[in-house]
Design a protein around this ligand. Structure first.
Ligand SMILES: NC(=O)c1ccc[n+]([C@@H]2O[C@H](COP(=O)([O-])OP(=O)(O)OC[C@H]3O[C@@H](n4cnc5c(N)ncnc54)[C@H](OP(=O)(O)O)[C@@H]3O)[C@@H](O)[C@H]2O)c1
Length: 341
């Protein structure tokens, strides 16, 4: 079944169409990637959100006295861009889907802001693609470069992320624009940018960002940022649209989950839907693209079945009232600094 039959698409300011739901592959176990991606394609998913070098992020603590780096566990399971590439190549070869029917996003990791073209080419090589549909600046925080494809988060002796203050975000954006003129990327965008930085990007951009991918769910609704982006033609994509599910971010970051909120549970029952379906539909009705991650085939099907019901205006308002302004994805816990401060 073609995606247009299952998932509606939105038109980006670049003119390209992006399916309103994608599958997030961050935190997907490497061995599961092939099966999950093929099942997702069979279920109607045509949009995959990958994480270039986030996938291979380790935090390194620099020990200047001993002149060596110690790795610290951080997201060690996420190095899966190559596995995604293998799964996609097989899907194309076997005729499961055509390249032109897919929408593939990946991201520039923090340590590669000074090496945008090389980093993008490295991701393309791993993904076995000759173009990306969307390439995002993962975070507005350039950090010490550790080598293309060997990207890490360097932590200084003071226990704080080694942030590179020599590269401006405008310089990074110019290089992103170059990727479009080189034909390597169709649309470019930003991620984890707030109002101030998004506004600034709009001021210097020759090519406007097509997307701002931000954490957004009922406990972190971000109404002002969403309104600002949408007013300026930037499509908002919700990462962590389920708040990390019941356990994922609770375990990793100690966060609260919106999935078992009583308002969500009761309302889901009323609509004959699951809490996850209700939450994803609520985002869709705010014109926000969602990219939930699951490694479970039954949940792939559950999460995509949100285009056959409407949440009433009254119930949309009731969900609005449960906002806790609670960010669940808190990399600062590993970086020794809250980069959103
Ligand atoms: N730009 C960024 O900085 C950034 C940051 C974070 C995430 N992202 C992107 O956003 C995607 C999604 O974010 P996320 O994985 O952090 O959070 P999420 O999608 O909100 O939650 C994923 C968690 O929810 C569970 N889940 C999925 N469907 C469910 C359902 N129907 N019922 C109950 N639980 C369900 C999953 O478990 P199972 O796998 O066991 O089903 C997983 O533990 C990522 O994969 C990544 O592509 C981007």
């Amino acid at each position: 079944m073609a995606s247009k039959d299952v998932v509606p698409a939105v038109t980006l300011n670049s003119g390209y169409r992006m399916p309103a739901m994608g599958l997030g592959v961050w935190r997907m176990e490497n061995t599961a990637v092939r099966g999950v991606i093929h099942s997702a394609i069979r279920s109607g998913y045509r949009h995959f959100d990958c994480a270039g070098n986030y996938a291979s992020s380790h935090a390194y603590i620099v020990d200047h006295q001993q002149l060596k780096m110690h790795t610290v566990n951080f997201c060690t399971k996420y190095q899966n861009e190559a596995e995604v590439g293998e799964a996609l190549a097989e899907a194309f070869q076997t005729g499961l889907v055509k390249r032109e029917d897919l929408f593939i996003t990946t991201k520039l990791w923090n340590s590669d802001h000074g090496h945008v073209v090389e980093a993008c080419k490295d991701s393309l090589k791993k993904l076995r693609l000759d173009y990306l549909d969307l390439y995002l600046i993962h975070f507005p925080v350039p950090t010490t470069h550790t080598g293309i494809g060997k990207t890490a988060s360097v932590i200084g002796e003071d226990g704080v992320l080694d942030i590179d203050t020599t590269i401006s975000l405008e310089t990074t954006w110019r290089a992103m624009e170059k990727l479009v003129s080189m034909g390597l990327v169709r649309s470019i965008g930003i991620s984890n940018y707030g109002v101030f930085l998004t506004r600034d990007c709009l001021a210097y951009a020759k090519i406007k960002p097509a997307v701002n991918q931000i954490e957004m769910h009922p406990y972190f609704q971000r109404d002002s940022l969403v309104k600002f982006c949408q007013k300026h033609g930037i499509c908002v994509t919700a990462h962590t649209p389920l708040g990390g599910g019941c356990t994922a971010n609770a375990k990793l970051f100690g966060s609260l989950s919106c999935l078992d909120d009583p308002v969500i549970e009761d309302m889901a029952e009323k609509y004959g839907k699951t809490p996850a379906q209700l939450i994803l539909r609520w985002s869709h009705q705010r014109n926000i693209v969602v990219i939930p991650k699951t490694s479970k085939v039954e949940r792939l099907k559950e999460n995509i079945e949100i285009f056959d019901f409407d949440i009433s205006d009254e119930d949309m308002e009731e969900i609005k009232a449960i906002d806790k302004n609670h960010r669940t994805n808190q990399p600062g816990k590993f970086w020794g600094i809250d980069v959103y401060a």
